[in-house]
Ligand binder design. Structure first.
Ligand SMILES: [Cu+2]
Length: 195
């Protein structure tokens, strides 16, 4: 006699979900792996519900928002390490992206997405903002065409939602915090893949 355990039923539901989920699949071994690693529960209806059991954000990396057809990317500032918790994430060209930035550090941080190969130029412009009396009002975002998208400056424990459409040109787009002095450590790459 075969008795199915609850966990095997849940794993079946997970497998079903991934076989059916319209993720831009190979994008993202990376993203899908995050989604899988974060997933802990299935609802009784069998539709994915990820629940981190946290009183803060419920993290669902790389999840498709069916209402807006957007992909959500979850990014955190790691406490006391001057870094983001991801070095890289991948998106499909031209896709709608919702980037949730969660500042778990005790200092201020922001996040900018830049044109390819412009990290150093924008970083140096950010450092130069130390001499700009209005820098704080500008959220330490240099006013230059290399900056494609930017959050505001987040205080400790702030969360910010940045919505944008991924560039149509595939490539490697740096993301970075431009609080003066942070850019050399607080950076990573958004990989834009062919749609
Ligand atoms: Cu920073």
């Amino acid at each position: 006699m075969h008795v199915f355990s609850l966990s095997s039923v849940l794993m079946g539901l997970v497998a079903f979900y991934f076989s059916w989920m319209p993720l831009p699949a190979d994008t993202d071994g990376l993203v899908a792996a995050f989604a899988a690693s974060e997933m802990s529960l299935c609802s009784s209806s069998g539709i994915l519900i990820a629940d981190a059991g946290s009183s803060r954000l419920t993290k669902k990396r790389g999840v498709v928002d069916f209402q807006s057809d957007a992909i959500t990317i979850w990014l955190e500032v790691v406490p006391e390490q001057m870094k983001f918790d991801l070095d890289t994430f991948a998106v499909k060209a031209g896709k709608k992206i919702i980037l949730e930035l969660d500042n778990r550090d005790g200092m201020q941080h922001n996040l900018l997405i830049l044109k390819p190969n412009s990290l150093q130029k924008v970083g140096e412009a950010a450092d130069a903002m130390l001499r700009d009396p209005k820098a704080s009002e500008k959220h330490y975002v240099p006013d230059m065409p290399e900056v494609l998208f930017a959050t505001e400056m987040l205080g400790p424990n702030d969360v910010y939602t940045l919505k944008f459409t991924a560039p149509t040109q595939p490539g490697y787009y740096p993301f970075v915090c431009t609080f003066p002095g942070h850019w050399r450590m607080m950076n990573g790459v958004m990989v834009v893949e062919k749609p």
